[in-house]
Design a protein around this ligand. Structure first.
Ligand code: ZN
Length: 125
């Protein structure tokens, strides 16, 4: 049976991976084109897209602050206590070091973006 996948940008196409596992991961593969299209239009997909965008921005900021590459699992965001609306803190841990660091620059998100990020983050934990 042909397999279809949904790319990160939401495109549906036949999966060409045969030798190695497809880098898009099992959750993005479907037995029919109709199922793949339905997923690409679903709120679940939209949330995951927001998560990926927010998480990669947070990771970029953390890596700038740390001056080194960091694993995705070592970077997260939390509400800021500054009282500035939409301001979040990017936090990260450095392997073999205790405690966490806070990136100097704040990350600005709207409430929906933060909630999408949070719900996908929880699914993954
Ligand atoms: Zn694939």
């Amino acid at each position: 049976m042909a397999k279809f996948h949904v790319t990160r940008s939401g495109k549906t196409e036949p999966c060409g991976a045969t030798v190695r596992a497809c880098p898009l991961g099992g959750a993005n593969h479907f037995g029919s084109l109709e199922e793949a299209v339905a997923y690409s239009l679903s709120p679940t997909f939209a949330k995951r897209e927001v998560y990926t965008r927010v998480q990669s921005e947070a990771r970029r900021m953390a890596e700038n602050a740390a001056g080194r590459k960091l694993a995705a699992d070592n970077v997260w965001i939390e509400s800021s206590s500054s009282g500035v609306q939409g301001e979040y803190q990017v936090r990260y841990t450095v392997p073999k070091e205790e405690g966490f660091h806070i990136a100097q620059l704040p990350l600005f998100l709207d409430r929906d973006e933060f909630e999408d990020w949070e719900s996908v983050k929880e699914e993954r934990n």
